[in-house]
Write a protein that binds this ligand. Structure first.
Ligand code: AMP
Length: 284
């Protein structure tokens, strides 16, 4: 496994590989790697000759400077972990490498309403930052396939739209991988490292409530189920729901009543103390 901190060297290496007909799988991450990330690498290694993993904590997607400052970073530990995976190349660029000047931090993609709901509503500018960094990384790596987690479902749907509207020339296939969970159901996340013992315990209630909702939803109206989920999570004094929404995949329109013909997904964002956690579960 080789580590590149520099775009020029990585591009040269990948050009040589591509010219030899080698297929490239790409897993973009912000580091503090866990089994969720490793599952994407594993999937990528099954479908491609080599796997590139990027580690870059992207400042433009943080709407809260405190959140950016606190975000866990440990490149050394991450590279150690990656040595035991099928990752072939690690790309850990500097901020200057990704954003050579202030102008490059902005893009002007029009991706529609799916960027404005759920996370978009509570983290203004977040998806502009995501779209900017993903397009930059895609232009650098030019993979055959790129792997994302359902954990960030809205992000996946937005990148899918970005890919088909603006990045078609790169001909990249996107793959959505399932959410990997801890034994008690909590969706794995780099942010879980920031939870103290008590909040970590409470955080398991989030996914447990989503799964309970999946079991019982047909007995409730949409409005009453929403109420039940929010109340069940908020009952724990360590937790505070920011939003709980039932939406359809891929448009993220709000669901007003149960409909067998829609791919309904329940999406939630919860504060465990100061740490913001997200999760989602498909209902059909
Ligand atoms: P991040 O480092 O948080 O930006 O995540 C990098 C990629 O890993 C994104 O595509 C995430 O959706 C994915 N990911 C994060 N957590 C999980 C998880 N628990 N299961 C599966 N994929 C995940």
């Amino acid at each position: 496994m080789r580590v590149f901190n520099n775009t020029i060297e990585l591009v040269a290496e990948l050009n040589t590989a591509r010219n030899r007909g080698i297929s490239i799988g790409f897993v973009p991450t912000m580091g503090a790697l866990h089994q969720g990330h490793l599952s994407l690498i594993n999937e990528a290694s099954k479908e491609n000759d080599i796997v590139v993993v990027s580690i870059f904590v992207n400042p433009t997607q943080f709407n809260n400077s405190d959140d950016l400052r606190k975000y866990p970073r440990n490149l050394e530990k991450d590279t150690e972990l990656l040595k035991n995976t099928k990752c072939s190349l690690v790309f850990a660029p500097s901020e200057k490498d990704i954003y050579p000047d202030e102008n490059s931090k902005n893009s002007n993609y029009q991706l529609g309403k799916i960027t404005e709901v759920l996370e978009g509503k509570f983290r203004p500018g977040h998806f502009d930052g995501v779209a900017t960094v993903v397009s930059r990384l895609f232009e650098i790596v030019k993979p055959s396939k790129a792997y994302f987690g359902q954990k960030d479902l809205q992000q996946f749907l937005i990148i899918n739209r970005l890919n088909s509207l603006y990045l078609k020339h790169l001909n990249i296939e996107l793959v959505k991988c399932p959410i990997i969970r801890e034994a008690d159901g909590l969706a794995m996340s780099s942010r879980n490292l920031l939870l103290d013992k008590e909040k970590r315990k409470s955080a398991a209630i989030i996914s447990q409530t989503l799964y309970k909702a999946l079991e019982i939803y047909r007995k409730f109206s949409v409005t009453n189920l929403r109420k039940w989920v929010i109340e069940s999570i908020n009952k724990d004094t360590n937790l505070k729901v920011e939003y709980f929404e039932l939406v359809n995949d891929p448009d993220l329109d709000e669901i007003l009543e149960w409909d067998q013909n829609k791919r309904i997904v329940a999406c939630v964002a919860v504060f465990a103390g100061e740490i913001r956690l997200i999760d989602n579960v498909y209902f059909n």
